[in-house]
Design a binder for this molecule. Structure first.
Ligand SMILES: [Ca+2]
Length: 115
């Protein structure tokens, strides 16, 4: 009996991991009620009272419904600074957000790049 329980647990862990990885690729910044946590740039829109989170570089936030929309940002990344920009493709004005820091910049950001 003990052996069966252990085997079941080993199967469940990889399945949960695959599901999480698939969601991250398909929806880089779905509206949510909280930050996604470690590894993400988290942001918040006061108008809709929704959080979003992105991992990796994103050249056009309009692709997932967040162009010129986020008002508050927090770098929950695991390793480095993230830069947010006024326009797509890292153009226009920008701010660097060191790991663990926050930024308030309303309805402007359209792209982000790490490190
Ligand atoms: Ca907003």
């Amino acid at each position: 009996m003990k052996i069966d329980v252990t085997r079941a647990a080993k199967v469940l862990v990889p399945a949960a991991f695959v599901m999480s990885a698939t969601l991250a690729v398909a929806a880089p910044a779905e509206a949510a009620s909280s930050c996604k946590g470690a590894g993400y740039l988290c942001f918040y829109d006061y108008a809709s009272a929704q959080y979003g989170s992105v991992a990796g570089n994103n050249a056009n936030w309009g692709a997932f419904g967040w162009n010129d929309r986020a008002d508050w940002f927090r770098n929950d990344g695991r390793s480095c600074t993230v830069r947010v920009y006024q326009h797509i493709n890292g153009q226009g004005a920008g701010y660097a957000i060191p790991r663990g820091s926050t930024l308030s910049w309303s309805n402007i950001v359209s792209s982000n790049y790490w490190c």
